[in-house]
Ligand binder design. Structure first.
Ligand code: FAD
Length: 438
């Protein structure tokens, strides 16, 4: 009898969990991803703020699955699905739209940025979703200090050293806190003509409070911590305009050369590929066994799926993706082996956490609410535990300990030497800036 073919698209939290959970299933598994690495997105902001190196939060997918002989990893971009012929189309560096057949398909293709209908903002306010995004943000932030140091006209320092984060959810809050620590500790004594600690960090959101999914109390604790760190928190107004010179919010222009988008997410196009029903955000509506209605062989998991539990949609977080990936694998395993399928999927919420600067986090798990150093230790332990390999766990632990004690960061390199990411502001007056020492 021919081997069952399982295709998994996406080796993020959901896809990788599914592949691992199919370890003992006698099937041919093909895992396709457009990058060669599994990325730990919750620590992307630490790459963007130079705490960690890219290789400390990402691992080659093939290396993670090297001993799982039933999985073949393919580097390629899935461009569509033919539900009738049961194949996905893959494009790689050499070939276009090559069909790969499946008996079971798991789509775990995650999400991308959403600019809430203002796609024109993207050119000036890049998001933080991939390793490339995080490196680009790091380059831009570090370069802003270099440009300011080289700039003779002090009137221009303010714009260069103003950093704006649009979106005060966990990513925006964590990024703002980490940036504040970077400018007030690591960079403090390294420049001669500018004072990095004078950098202005502005966190903007249309919501009335930061960290919307957390309780009001924790949200207040996070806001006051941010303010202690010197972050300006502007809430209750959406950004009206973003261009190369900054943003306009509540009718006020805030000049800045570094704006980072940490607001909305949009799902991958899986719904379009399948021609399936989606929710308002575009996520594929799935059933309690995580399959697409009318297609018992197609599972959609993680950020690109929409499933309600207790009348509320499940959140787009790593835990949901991992639990769904494992569940989809269980259903497939039961079908391949002819065993009884598991009961309907039910998400077990272990809680949420967010870090605000050095040694401070907020934690909410059931009725437990904590903020401060204890929550930060819990955050650190949980994040270390979920990194993909032991070497990452050890490396990140040592880096955090080093950074905590010395204030020094892991990766302060600007790698885009060939082109400046930060456009120099044009002076209002006719004063011509000159480069110091030339
Ligand atoms: C900056 C940031 C911080 C976050 N912090 C937290 C946090 O602290 N806690 C938490 O629980 N969650 C956090 N999240 C959310 C969490 O990372 C996501 O919910 C989780 O990654 C979703 O898992 P997934 O498997 O659905 O998608 P992903 O993990 O995004 O994986 C999708 C995979 O699919 C691949 N892919 C996409 N399209 C294609 C295609 N067409 N062809 C081939 N491959 C494709 C991608 O390369 C990727 O590897 C954060 C997210 C971000 C961006």
């Amino acid at each position: 009898m021919a081997q069952t073919k399982i295709v998994i698209v996406g080796a993020g939290f959901g896809g990788l969990a599914a592949a691992k959970a199919l370890k003992n299933t006698s099937a041919e598994i093909t895992l396709i991803d457009r990058t060669n690495h599994h990325l730990f997105q919750p620590l992307l902001y630490q790459v963007a703020t130079a705490v960690l190196t890219p290789s400390q939060i990402a691992t080659p997918i093939r290396s993670i699955l090297r001993s799982q002989k039933n999985v073949t990893v393919i580097l390629g971009e899935v461009t569509g699905v033919d539900n009738d012929k049961k194949c996905v189309f893959v494009t790689d560096a050499d070939r276009e739209n090559v069909p790969i057949a499946y008996d079971y398909l798991i789509l775990a293709t995650g999400a991308t940025h959403s600019y809430f209908g203002h796609n024109e903002f993207e050119a000036f306010a890049p998001g933080l979703k991939s390793l490339a995004d995080a490196e680009a943000a790091r380059n831009k932030i570090l370069q802003a200090f270099e440009l300011a140091e080289a700039e003779d006209n002090p009137a221009l320092h303010r714009d260069l050293l103003t950093f704006i984060l649009v979106g005060a959810g966990p990513t925006g809050v964590e990024m703002a806190g980490a940036l504040a620590v970077l400018v007030r500790t690591s960079l403090k004594s390294e420049f001669r003509r500018i004072d990095p600690a004078s950098a202005r960090i502005v966190l903007v959101d249309m919501a009335p409070r930061v960290l919307g999914p957390f309780s009001e109390e924790l949200s207040k604790a996070a806001k006051s911590r941010l303010e202690k760190l010197g972050v300006e928190v502007r809430l209750g107004h959406s950004v009206e305009h973003i261009d190369a010179d900054g943003i306009v919010v509540a009718g006020e222009r805030i000049a800045s050369k570094t704006v980072i988008w940490t607001a909305g997410v949009a799902p991958s196009p899986a719904g379009k590929w399948l021609n399936a029903e989606t929710d308002r955000a575009g996520r594929v509506r799935i059933q309690k066994d995580l399959t697409v209605p009318g297609h018992a062989e197609i599972f959609v998991v993680g950020d690109t799926a929409s499933l309600d539990q207790n009348g509320k949609p499940l959140p787009g977080v790593a835990q949901v993706a991992m639990q769904q990936g494992r569940y989809a694998a269980k259903v497939i395993h039961s079908r391949v082996t002819g065993k009884r399928p598991p009961d309907s999927f039910s998400y077990f919420d272990k809680g949420s956490m967010a870090v605000v600067g050095k040694g401070f986090a907020v934690l909410q798990s059931g009725k437990v609410q904590m903020s401060g150093l204890g929550a930060w230790f819990t955050w650190a332990a949980v994040h270390l535990q979920f990194l993909a390999t032991s070497s990452l766990r050890l490396g990140v632990f040592l880096q955090w300990a080093w950074t905590y004690v010395t204030g020094q960061r892991g990766d302060r390199l600007i790698v885009n030497h060939h082109g400046s990411e930060v456009a120099k502001p044009v002076p209002d007056s006719a004063v011509k800036p000159t480069f110091a020492g030339r």
